[in-house]
Design a protein around this ligand. Structure first.
Ligand code: PLP
Length: 223
C-alpha cells in the first residue's frame, strides 16, 4: 500500500460513521491525488482556481471538488461549471455571483457559509452577527441556483485543545440556532465542516460532519 493510501486509511479509521473526509490536496501534484483516488477517496479540497482547473482536467470525472479557500467574485465563473461545493462563502456578494454563474450553467451549486470564530485576525469568514444579518435579510431565499448546506469554520491554530474545542462548539451551537430559525424543514442544511490535520479528532467530538485534512494525508505542502 502506498504511503498516501496508508495515511488515508488511518484518518478514515479515526472518523465516526457519517463524517465525510475532504482530502485537501492544494499544492500537491496530481500524481498524489491519483494515489488517494486509487485508494478510494472521492472528495478533494482545493483553494486556487487555476490549480483546481488543471487538476479537474487531468483527473477522473467522478471526483467531488470542494473549494475551500478565499474566492474572489471574478473567479467564480471559472469554477462553477464543475465545483461540487463552495465551502467558503463569506459575503452576500459572493453568494449572488455563485448563483448568477450557476444559473448560466444550468446547475445548482451547494455552498457552506464560512464563519469567523477564531481569534486570529487574518482568517476570512462571517462573524456570527454578520452571518445572522445575512440570513435575516432573506435575500438568499431568492437565489434559486445556490443551496446553503451548512457552515464551515477554522479554529485558531493553537496547541490548546480546550480553546479549539470552545470555538468548534460555538460553531456547533450557532448551527443549531440557524437550523432552527431558517432551515428546520430543510434536510440539505446538515453540514458542519470543521477539523483539519491538527484538530480533526477534536472536531469529531464537536459534532463535525465534514473534516478537511491535507498534511496528514499528503505530507507537508511545498509552496
Ligand atoms: C489547507 C486547508 C486545510 C487543510 O489543512 P491541513 O493542516 O493540511 O490539514 C483545511 N481547511 C482549509 C480551509 C485549508 O485552507
Amino acid at each position: 500500500m502506498s504511503e498516501i493510501a496508508q495515511n488515508l486509511k488511518q484518518v478514515l479509521a479515526n472518523l465516526p460513521e457519517g463524517v465525510k473526509l475532504v482530502a485537501v490536496s492544494k499544492f500537491h501534484p496530481v500524481e498524489m491525488l491519483r494515489e488517494a483516488y486509487d485508494a478510494g477517496q472521492r472528495i478533494f479540497g482545493e483553494n486556487h482556481e487555476q490549480e483546481l482547473r488543471q487538476k479537474v482536467e487531468t483527473l477522473p470525472k467522478d471526483i467531488e471538488w470542494h473549494f475551500i479557500g478565499h474566492l474572489q467574485t471574478n473567479k467564480v465563473k471559472y469554477i462553477v461549471p464543475y465545483i461540487s461545493m463552495v465551502e467558503s462563502v463569506d459575503s452576500m456578494k459572493l453568494l449572488k455571483e455563485i448563483n448568477k454563474q450557476a444559473l448560466k450553467n444550468g446547475r445548482v451549486v451547494r455552498v457552506l457559509l464560512e464563519l469567523h470564530i477564531a481569534e486570529e485576525e487574518t482568517k476570512y469568514g462571517l462573524t456570527l452577527d454578520a452571518c445572522r444579518e445575512l440570513l435575516a435579510s432573506g435575500e438568499w431565499r431568492d437565489l434559486t441556483n445556490v443551496k446553503i448546506c451548512g457552515l464551515m469554520m477554522m479554529a485558531s491554530y493553537v496547541e490548546d485543545a480546550e480553546q479549539i474545542k470552545k470555538e468548534m462548539l460555538t460553531a456547533a451551537d450557532f448551527f443549531d440556532e440557524v437550523k432552527a430559525r431558517y432551515f428546520a424543514d430543510d434536510d440539505d442544511f446538515c453540514e458542519r465542516s470543521w477539523g483539519m490535520s491538527h484538530d480533526y479528532r477534536i472536531a469529531v467530538d464537536c459534532r463535525s460532519t465534514m473534516v478537511r485534512v491535507g498534511t496528514t494525508i499528503f505530507g507537508e505542502r511545498v509552496y
